[in-house]
Design a binder for this molecule. Structure first.
Ligand code: NDP
Length: 434
């Protein structure tokens, strides 16, 4: 904490991983000798830059851009870009650190990185978004590349922003390469990438449920957020037989006991870019409630937090348990506070940490990179099958590691150890070069 002051989210993420590493350190004295634990918490490179752009009134605006290239032991840096006013160095470092182990779990060759800006896309015109993205990429382009660092989307960065950034990269470098993932389908994007994080989260949940002879069928599902991850988690949860009864945004949540009408949500969020409360104007069975945290008071058997970090605290976890939740899977990164995670583990709730449950997004980005390298595209069914296989592999791998090092149902322990070992081994074998 002394070396990384005032970065609470980063400390939280590091603490969670290192607390699971006691048995690993005992089994691998060579890691201690090689300084693996000290090295892995220090990013290989941090880039911070000015992003100036001109708004629609002709006024110059200044934001701060970040790219944290955390670890390249097993592949080029890979991880999303987040545009949100809460972005700072500590947030990007927490996300980059998580990304190392998540990417390792996918079994694909990707290192860990993350980036973004404190730019707030809300209420900005398409032209303002474009000018910001172009200015952001003008600097970022110097530091990334298809074999070096391949960013993707995250909060506030979807297909529109990726398009603007890709266009600018191509203009600057005069090359058409897979330097970003999440691209449009007509210029190198992969089928299923849009759906991948949400779908993958449900595939993982289904695997966990199956270990207890359970499934989504007939279960009420509460999902926070109404962005990319939440929408496609809802779609897959419904396809698997669940009833999604609630969604939210940062202002409040909607509750529809009849089951959410997902086409209406897609129209609102993806096309009209409106707030979730608008849903109730066309759906009389639904109610809207101010304040996003209240969503966890709705009784459900499956909860999928898919909005942002630390959105689900101890009190919310206790309420979910009291109401009979059997599975919680994190579509977002670190949405549950450490105290909430303890509540789930103590009460034998099947709990999937983000680095395992939401790895489907980056895994499909990895598949997009492969398709770009081959200059070829797979069908929706082919990519979806691969995604399903990867999520099953992550589940089984995390469970096996958890079993070996303690308790088979502790997916936090399992995911951290399984993700860590591959990276630690690679760092060990590559020597102390940096
Ligand atoms: P989007 O920008 O598409 O959606 C984010 C959603 O979360 C919105 O509904 C937003 O509401 C809500 N939200 C954001 N910040 C807050 C906040 N501070 N408090 C309450 N709600 C908030 O992002 P994604 O769906 O892509 O990302 C959601 C989460 O999933 C993030 O944690 C991200 O890191 C993680 N993730 C995303 C992946 C991807 O492939 N996209 C891959 C792996 C993880 P509002 O509109 O009001 O801001």
């Amino acid at each position: 904490e002394k070396n990384h002051p005032a970065q609470p989210e980063f400390h939280q993420a590091v603490r969670e991983v290192l607390l699971c590493m006691e048995p690993v350190a005992q089994n691998h004295p060579e890691y201690i000798k090689a300084g693996i634990f000290e090295r892995i918490v220090e990013p290989e490179r941090v880039i911070i830059f000015r992003v100036s752009w001109v708004d629609d009134q002709g006024k110059v605006q200044v934001n701060r851009g970040y790219r944290v290239q955390f670890n390249s032991a097993i592949g080029p840096y890979k991880g999303g870009l987040r545009f949100h006013p809460s972005v700072n160095l500590g947030v990007i470092k927490f996300l980059g650190f998580e990304q190392i182990f998540k990417n390792s779990l996918t079994s694909l060759p990707m290192g860990g990185g993350k980036g973004g800006s404190d730019f707030d896309p809300k209420g900005k015109s398409d032209n303002e978004i474009m000018r910001f993205c172009q200015s952001f990429m003008t600097e970022l382009a110097k530091h990334i590349g298809a074999d070096t660092d391949v960013p993707a989307g995250d909060i506030g960065v979807g297909a529109r922003e990726i398009g603007f950034m890709f266009g600018q990269y191509k203009r600057l470098k005069n090359e058409f390469t897979g330097v970003l993932t999440g691209k449009g389908l007509n210029y190198g994007g992969s089928l299923v990438r849009t759906q991948a994080t949400g779908y993958g989260c449900c595939y993982f949940t289904d695997e966990m449920l199956a270990t207890r002879g359970e499934s989504f069928v007939g279960k009420d599902v509460v999902i926070s957020g109404s962005g990319n991850v939440a929408i496609y988690a809802a779609e897959k949860a419904m396809q698997l037989g669940g009833k999604v009864v609630a969604l939210s945004d940062s202002n409040g949540y909607i509750h529809d006991p009849e089951g959410i009408d997902l086409n209406a949500v897609k129209q609102l969020k993806e096309v009209e870019r409106k707030r979730i409360k608008e849903y109730v104007t066309t759906h009389p069975t639904a109610t809207y409630h101010e304040g996003c945290n209240g969503i966890w008071t709705i009784p459900c058997q499956i909860a999928l937090p898919c909005a942002t970090q630390n959105e689900l605290d101890k009190e919310a976890a206790l309420t979910l348990v009291k109401n009979g939740v059997i599975a919680v899977a994190e579509g977002a990164n670190m949405p549950s506070t450490p105290e909430a995670v303890d509540v789930f583990l103590d009460n034998k709730v099947l709990f999937a940490p983000g680095k395992a449950a939401n790895a489907g997004g980056v895994a499909t980005s990895g598949l997009e990179m492969s398709q770009n390298s081959m200059r070829y595209s797979w069908s929706f069914e082919e990519v979806d099958e691969k995604l399903k296989g990867i999520m099953k592999h992550i589940h089984n791998n995390a469970r096996a590691a958890a079993e070996k090092y303690g308790d088979a149902e502790n997916y936090v322990l399992g995911a951290n150890i399984a993700g860590f070992l591959k990276v630690a081994d690679a760092m060990y074998m590559q020597g102390v070069a940096y």
